[in-house]
Write a protein that binds this ligand. Structure first.
Ligand code: ADP
Ligand code: MG
Length: 692
């Protein structure tokens, strides 16, 4: 390709994974600058998007030593005001090629400096005003993401733009269409050839919008087509045990032992699960439900369905404490029933372990609950029918797959997670799993009251905490880990522990739990808190996901600004499990960014996990949402956004479904192209859909 020598080719490959023409053409601008709109410096403030300025540099200055602080500064003025520009990388190039008293177009995001509140742009893009514009008539200019390394070699947005322009100009033949004609025509989509040119060099805002719509649709459509087809194939491929009987175990439990009325959501989900387990295909279902929504009950009743049909069942939890809690609550629920349940973890004694192994193989043990100890090869079931996996994101895909081979035919699988995932993300990340949602809490729960306190309001906070302790409640105090250096890492939590002891000892007992402690000591401290002997627990985020201490009614989160939304929500879920009013206190410093203020505000406004997950995705983008990476199906979307393009996604999914329903193998001549595109786009992918 013209303009791409060996060095650049190597950079494209190593930095952006681009090695072909098509891949480069699919490297779309991440935003567009309206070159007809030039801002005045006097109108800028620290909360603006990227803006274009036109003016001159007056003074340059080189400052600092060492990679962190060595920088080059320039003052840029347009006659209405002055803004400071700072470069930490590529100093030499800027020094050599940018001159004073020349007109430049400057593009970047103005930010308020933390020191003196002056406006600043860090690493702005700039070009000489006289040479500006690849195409003078074009007012919308695409901006391309580049990495620091690429910038060091002068492969910046501008040069990518030039390379693509050169290629498009030399390639006058139309690019072949990538969607079947019947789709392009029916939905009046912009043809591929036009869309790919307009996306890089839009002639008008309308063209850009149509090009974007077409390419977003295409991207989401093929992804959904791929997911739905794998899902269909798996459904047909994996036969599942048929649990047609609802028998003694289930009914006896339902009519005589169930301590409360099931919520509507629990009933609905149980119906979905039952339908799966009667279908003849293997169930692969993800059960989402906020902390406290009653997933354990659903798991238990699912297992009873297996028992009724002569099968065994197991639950795997990520930690010993969680497994033990499941065990204890399930044994209690089943008391008076003839169901044999056992607990198997890393610390189960040899003698007991041997007994469990024997009873499992012989079939006298019905339900096994445990940690990844269940995966050991010597754990053999007589007839495993259903596997429940709690807190899905702690287990890798490969780990889970091991449970599949514990019977001649894979058992049904129910994965439970308390991390709510926005709907669009679930449709994509788990596009080939069935998803059930418990979106209703058991009645009588009082939503946790969440408040924000500044660091300086600590005295009042201590008084309020003491009052709760006097009423017999327990309290969590959580600190973030400071990653900067190993020695300082635990400083805050250790200091916090001493402070709490000073504030509440000797009347109340304070324990500490953090990652550097020995597992035995950690376990001991946890147990003291769980059993109620300790009243305050000071901890880093190691507090186990899902630990149930109904008497704990206060969650104090220190340096809350350092936590992400989903993490805050998870932590808050530790309280509010009993009948008492619970509180979550977010403690922060004064200096908060606007995103942080939004996070804190959302937490104070709502306890709805799905609303929070949605907001989290809007703030951070879907890439960082927990669960995406571990799913084994982490997709890099090039143009569509799961946060913003929900309606296109829904539309693409519906169409993909319709097509696969009519033509499951895509054999119709009109669908030839679909099959070809799928193998180009997803041919290399490992098919994780085989193992949920
Ligand atoms: P999750 O695992 O979803 O966080 P749990 O299964 O631990 O939630 O349930 C939380 C608490 O709510 C438990 O004490 C459980 O007994 C109780 N619970 C579950 N379902 C109901 C219901 N339908 N009505 C009342 N309480 C319920
Ligand atoms: Mg749970």
């Amino acid at each position: 390709m013209p303009g791409v020598g060996p060095k650049r080719a190597e950079l494209f490959a190593s930095e952006l994974k681009i090695t072909t023409d098509e891949e480069l053409l699919s490297y779309f601008p991440y935003r567009y600058v309206d070159k007809s709109k030039i801002y005045k410096i006097k109108d800028l403030h620290g909360e603006m998007p990227y803006v274009l300025l036109k003016g001159q540099f007056s003074v340059f200055e080189e400052l600092g030593v060492g990679t962190r602080s060595h920088r080059y500064k320039g003052l840029f003025s347009d006659g209405t005001g002055v803004i400071e520009c700072v470069w930490f990388n590529g100093l030499r190039y800027i020094k050599d090629s940018v001159h004073r008293k020349e007109d430049y177009l400057l593009f970047g995001q103005p930010k308020e400096s933390e020191f003196n509140h002056a406006l600043q742009m860090v690493h702005p893009e700039l070009e000489s005003a006289s040479k500006a514009g690849v195409d003078a008539q074009q007012s919308l200019m695409g901006m391309y993401n580049t990495t620091e390394k690429m910038k060091r070699y002068m492969l910046n947005s501008k040069s990518i733009q030039r390379i693509i322009l050169g290629f498009l100009r030399s390639h006058l033949d139309p690019f072949p269409e990538t969607l079947p004609a019947y789709i392009v025509e029916h939905y009046q989509l912009m043809p591929y050839n036009q869309a790919i040119r307009q996306i890089h060099f839009p002639a008008t805002p309308e063209n850009l919008q149509r090009a974007q719509a077409r390419l977003k649709f295409e991207e989401l459509f093929y992804l959904q087509l791929y997911l739905i087809r794998s899902f269909k194939m798996r459904q047909q491929g994996n036969r599942g045990f048929v649990f047609s009987r609802i028998g003694e175990y289930f009914n006896d439990f339902y009519y005589h032992h169930l301590p409360f009325e099931l919520t509507g959501a629990q009933k609905r989900v149980l119906k979905e699960i039952r339908a799966d387990m009667c279908s003849g295909s293997q169930m692969n279902r993800l059960l989402q439900g906020d902390v406290g929504s009653g997933k354990t009950m659903v798991a238990l009743m699912t297992m009873l369905m297996a028992l009724d049909n002569g099968f065994q069942a197991c639950i795997m939890a990520p930690t010993e404490i969680l497994a033990t809690q499941h065990y204890e609550s399930i044994v209690k629920l089943l008391s008076g029933m003839e169901v044999r349940v056992a607990l198997l973890t890393g610390s189960t004694r040899k003698k007991q372990r041997d007994e469990i192994h024997a009873q499992l193989e012989e079939g006298s043990l019905h339900i096994l609950i445990g940690t990844h100890a269940l995966l050991e090869p010597n754990v053999k079931f007589r007839n495993l029918g259903v596997v429940v996996i709690d807190e899905q994101h702690r287990f890798g895909v490969e780990q889970r797959s091991k449970l599949w081979f514990k019977n001649v035919q894979p058992p049904h699988v129910l994965i439970m997670t308390a991390t709510p995932i926005p709907r669009t993300l679930a449709m994509t990340v788990y596009g080939d799993l069935d998803v059930s949602v418990i979106d209703e809490l058991p009645p009588g729960r009082k939503p946790v009251v969440t408040i924000h306190r500044w660091d300086q309001q600590r005295e009042g906070l201590i008084r309020a905490m003491r009052q709760q302790l006097e009423e017999g409640r327990q309290i969590y105090v959580v600190y973030p880990l400071i990653e900067e250096n190993e020695k300082m890492k635990y400083h805050d939590v250790e200091q916090g522990f001493l402070n709490m002891q000073a504030a509440f000892g000797p009347d109340y007992s304070v324990v500490m739990v953090h990652g550097k402690m020995k597992p035995k000591d950690k376990e001991l401290a946890m147990q003291r808190f769980v059993s109620g002997q300790a009243h305050v627990m000071v901890a880093t985020t190691v507090i186990e996901v899902g630990v149930n201490v109904p008497n704990a009614s206060v969650m104090v989160i220190e340096s809350a600004e350092r936590f992400g939304l989903s993490q805050l929500h998870q932590l808050r879920g530790r309280v509010g499990r009993g009948a008492d009013q619970s509180y979550c206190v977010l403690v922060t410093g004064y200096n908060l960014s606007s995103d942080t203020r939004k996070r804190i505000q959302i937490m104070c406004d709502t306890t709805d996990g799905f609303q929070i997950a949605e907001a989290d995705m809007q703030l951070r983008g879907p890439g960082d949402i927990e669960g995406t990476q571990q799913s084994g199906l982490a997709f890099d979307l090039r143009i569509a956004s799961l946060a913003k393009d929900g309606h296109i996604l829904q539309f693409a999914r519906d169409l993909a479904k319709e097509i696969i329903d009519k033509d499951p193998l895509l054999e119709a001549p009109a669908n030839n192209l679909l099959r070809r595109r799928l193998s180009i786009l997803f041919g290399k992918r490992v098919d994780w859909s085989q193992i949920s």
